[in-house]
Design a protein around this ligand. Sequence first.
Ligand SMILES: [Zn+2]
Length: 335
Amino acid sequence: MPELPEVETVVRDLRALLTGARITGAQVLRERNLETPDRATFAHAITGRTITGARRRAKWILIDLDGGLVMLVHLRMTGQLLIVNRSIEPDPYVRVALELADGRRMYFRDVRAFGRVALVAQREDGEVAQSLDPHDAPLFADYGYEPLEASFTPEVLHALLRAHRTRLKVFLLDQRYIAGIGNIYADEALWRARLHPLVNTSRVNEAQALLLHAALVGVLAEAVAARGSSIDDYTAPDGDGEMQERLAVYQRTGEPCLRCGATVRRAVIAGRGTHYCARCQRAPRGVSVPTRQSTAARGPRWADRLHPDAAGATRAERAAARRRAARGGGSGARA
Ligand SMILES: [Zn+2]
């Protein structure tokens, strides 16, 4: 699932590609993906609007429209936003299609259909509303700090940690505390900070909170930069972007820790595969780590399924998607 850096990369692409474009028509091909309003109201309300920008909140994509409306997209597992020429007809996985006045189309394409699209109003206080009524309650009220914003300081993190008695891994995945972090960057940040995922947040001291803050901000900022850059020396057979190559523990089960050489382990914590080094990240006293090992090398990554025209894809990912399409298989193929 795309996390903060991948969503941020998509948003930056969209801002460059779509700002100033006018929407001349809309079709909701599968209503299940549409959170609000209904299909007909969505198409009627969005038609004629000009796209004024794109933003991100947590893992949500916010596409700003003139007249105080915001189109929201959550990619979830397999969602993609494609900006294509009108000559490219939608394949069976396109759930929402927008016609643009300049001859392009924007497709929300989602193979597994867990993604979400909504059209809501901008509130006066800068938040987005839960519906097309700008006086409705703010939609993102339950989301926590944006970790790359200045308001997220080491002191804030330490206070959050002390206020909750939960495992570090669970804490990092909970969007109510810090927004946008998922399984990959939680594991990477904990490795960087040398903190075991089962440590209780209330036992993290000030120095450790400082390390964890630096690790979180560092890994997220690096990942945003990596996804935004293109890779010229790409040689792998199938679609990984640059940041995947730099991950220290995520999906490196059984390989040596890049810092100490001990074996990277995987355990299921909070229902999620969790990767850590048992030597650099000491388990808290009296806590036994669930040891059942997974034999799966790795599951498919978000980038493995990208369409050649997907916003946020690096040049290497586009090339890999085109190769998959040429082989005639996978979700990169056009209908
Ligand atoms: Zn280690």
